[in-house]
Design a protein around this ligand. Structure first.
Ligand code: F3S
Length: 83
């Protein structure tokens, strides 16, 4: 039986990023996906695990992106380059 570690980057197809210039600390991202986001010492969001999204968290990542009122969350597919 093959066991897959969901936290291994090889199991991920998406990467999430917080645009620090747009984040205003609304905290919806962490409420929706605490596995993907945490706060810095000022209350602004930052990603966990360099933004690697385990595949079972893809939906949460998309929800967080859709619910950030500042549009500060960006999602990239594997192979895409950060802007
Ligand atoms: Fe910032 Fe948006 Fe989250 S404003 S704290 S990235 S919901």
């Amino acid at each position: 039986m093959k066991i897959t570690n969901p936290l291994r980057p090889g199991n991920a197809t998406l990467t999430v990023k917080v645009n620090e210039q747009h984040c205003q600390g609304h905290a919806r991202c962490k409420a929706i996906a605490p596995e993907l986001f945490e706060f810095d010492e000022f209350g602004y969001a930052r990603v966990i695990r360099h933004g690697t999204v385990p595949s079972e968290l893809n939906k949460k990542a998309r929800l967080a992106e859709a619910n950030c009122p500042e549009g500060a969350i960006e999602i990239f597919k594997r192979g895409e380059v950060f802007a």
